[in-house]
Design a protein around this ligand. Structure first.
Ligand SMILES: Cc1cc2nc3c(=O)[nH]c(=O)nc-3n(C[C@H](O)[C@H](O)[C@H](O)COP(=O)(O)OP(=O)(O)OC[C@H]3O[C@@H](n4cnc5c(N)ncnc54)[C@H](O)[C@@H]3O)c2cc1C
Length: 106
């Protein structure tokens, strides 16, 4: 059976920050993210960042389809950067899976 010092559910702002900090303190960490398009979490993939890019480009009069393409490029770059920030850490193992509790403490 695999064992870890910490098992973190969700590669969002909270999860990735905690995973990085614990791994830097030599904890053996498992990070579980259910959606490969969500590495980095809600903010960079579907919330804060994409909305701001679209508002910015809209205010500058950039055509909608061009703005969407730029938004997709920005998000992809950030997602990749976020993924690498943990994937490159030898104390972190990333699982692409949906985590669930099977008992109160398990
Ligand atoms: C439209 C919009 C705009 C926003 N703009 C801003 C802004 O400008 N500034 C700001 O500070 N905040 C903004 N926010 C809020 C910000 O997005 C959240 O505060 C932040 O994403 C919360 O981070 P988190 O790590 O708690 O959760 P999330 O980033 O949501 O991460 C949770 C992760 O867990 C994964 N997950 C969930 N369940 C499981 C499971 N069972 N197994 C495995 N993985 C799982 C999800 O796929 C997700 O990747 C905005 C939110 C929205 C919706």
């Amino acid at each position: 059976m695999l064992t870890y010092d910490a098992l973190i559910i969700g590669f969002g702002k909270a999860g990735k920050t905690l995973a990085g900090r614990l791994a830097d303190e030599n904890w053996n960490v498992a990070m579980i993210e259910k959606d490969p398009n969500m590495y980095g979490g809600t903010c960079i993939n579907i919330a804060c960042i994409p909305t701001k890019v679209l508002v910015h480009d809209g205010l500058k009069g950039i055509p909608y389809t061009d703005a969407i393409e730029r938004k997709d490029r920005v998000v992809e770059k950030l997602r990749e950067k976020n993924y690498k920030s943990l994937a490159d850490n030898e104390n972190v193992t990333i699982y692409n899976s949906e985590a669930r509790f099977i008992a109160n403490k398990e």
